[in-house]
Design a binder for this molecule. Structure first.
Ligand code: PGA
Ligand code: ZN
Length: 425
């Protein structure tokens, strides 16, 4: 049972303050967690509380920390930490708002996750082993070239990623991704682009003349890496189209190319890309509230994983609406978009029941805390997206997955490319 909660201000990978918490149980065991923070956040996400004012330029989280150390601590006092549902209900009830804006989704997720860690520690189990499922190592989706809000708008599409579909284990998949990052850096450098600096998620952020150019460099990088494009290494993109959608005109503005496209034209653009290179997954192809056109995109790209991030914001109700409308066939799951582990798991269970694939995802502002890796394995999400193969807040997750894989040894089960379909299990 939970005896106490202690919170403090920590830093995320962009150097912004974030909330860290430790939950201690009556038997003296404890667990802690630090929460991440997004940059290209969806309008419909749960709300992280920031202080405003002058401290940390307004980005401080002293208020959220104070809420954790008082109201939230009292709300979970005495609750059995192995009953995640009870812990999370108490946290939500204490907040009282649907978007957790009273006490802060950052405060709430830190306690929800630290409590899961404490329960695991009390049981003498790694976190991934506490969910009652056989562990499944996820297929990684790895950032190679970044644009959008993560690379100062170098290009408009936010992520160009590699999916190592031909790898037969998690460690081989990561090695493929590493080779592709190096191969892509090499072809970019030969073409005269700067590859010394990295973007928020550790990807390359060259100022390319067009979005299409980034796609082509990545395809060349895969070949340069000695991998066969499509069968060994395929491409995924996160368009993050909400970021360049203009509400007034109803058009999508590709600033790097000085083009304004309608929803139909934007879909056609990605259809053309897909005809030329093997793109297995497209995330946020349209804006978060472009509900009329998402089903058209889905119909236009059969066989592609159409992934909703800002569209669904890990919200069971938005996912249900999307399933109803046939808007997409996969959901990105970011626990801090909804605020508690229980609700994130609810989204995964709903997705599984409706043949929707799941991709567990980090945020662009991350920390050295690798809890996401354990959740991917224990929840059997099948896929994971945490950025590139550089920057410690990214490698912390890869390293944790490599540790779990080693620990499981011969019994390690790897999702592989099947996870791109609706039924990885
Ligand atoms: P964010 O980006 O964490 O900045 O929202 C991640 C993503 O869009 O997938
Ligand atoms: Zn996204």
């Amino acid at each position: 049972n939970i005896a106490s909660v202690l919170s403090w201000e920590a830093f995320d990978s962009r150097g912004n303050p974030t909330v860290a918490s430790r939950v201690t149980l009556r038997d003296g065991t404890s667990g802690s967690a630090i929460v991440p923070s997004g940059a290209s956040t969806g309008t419909h996400e749960a709300v992280e509380l920031r202080d405003g004012g002058v401290r940390y330029g307004g980005r401080g989280v002293a208020g959220a920390v104070a809420n954790t150390n008082t109201v939230l601590r009292d709300a979970v006092h005495g609750i059995d930490a192995t009953d995640q549902g009870a812990v999370d209900s108490a946290l939500r009830d204490a907040d009282g708002s649907a978007d957790l804006s009273s006490l802060g989704a950052n405060a709430i997720l830190s306690v929800s996750t630290a409590s899961a860690r404490a329960a695991a520690s009390a049981a003498g189990l790694p976190l991934y082993a506490t969910f009652g499922h056989a562990p499944l190592l996820p297929l990684p989706m790895v950032n190679i070239i970044s644009g959008g809000a993560h690379a100062d708008g170098a290009v408009d599409v936010q992520d160009f990623l590699v999916v190592p579909v031909g790898a037969e284990s998690f460690h081989e998949a990561i090695e493929f991704a590493w080779r592709v990052r190096r191969g892509t850096a090499r072809v970019l450098e030969e073409a005269g682009y700067d590859v010394a600096l990295v973007a928020d998620e550790g990807g390359l952020g060259p100022r390319l003349p067009s979005n299409r150019a980034a796609l082509e460099f990545l395809a060349r990088g895969i070949t340069e890496a000695g991998l066969e494009l499509g069968t060994q290494a395929a491409i995924a993109i996160d368009v993050a189209a909400t970021e360049f959608y203009d509400d007034d005109s109803g058009l999508y503005h590709l600033a790097s190319e000085n083009r304004h496209l309608s929803s139909t034209e934007l879909i056609a653009e990605f259809e053309a890309w897909s005809a030329d290179v093997p793109i297995v997954s497209i995330e946020d192809i349209l804006s978060e509230d472009d509900w009329d056109n998402w089903p058209k995109a889905h119909a236009a790209l059969p066989g592609t994983q159409l992934l909703g991030d800002d569209l669904f914001v890990t919200n069971p109700r938005r996912l249900a609406r999307g399933v109803e409308a046939d808007a997409a066939n996969a959901v990105l799951v970011k626990p801090n978009q909804i605020g508690t582990l229980s609700q994130a798991l609810e989204v995964i269970d709903y997705a599984r029941d409706h043949n929707v694939a799941t991709v567990l995802s980090a945020r662009s502002g991350e920390t050295e805390d690798p809890w996401l890796a354990d959740l991917a394995v224990g929840w059997r999400t099948g896929q994971i997206k945490v950025g590139s193969t550089t920057r410690s807040e990214r490698t912390a997750k890869w390293n944790r997955l490599l540790e779990i894989e080693a620990e499981l040894g011969a019994s390690a089960q790897y999702a592989g490319p099947r996870a791109l379909g609706p039924d990885p299990v």
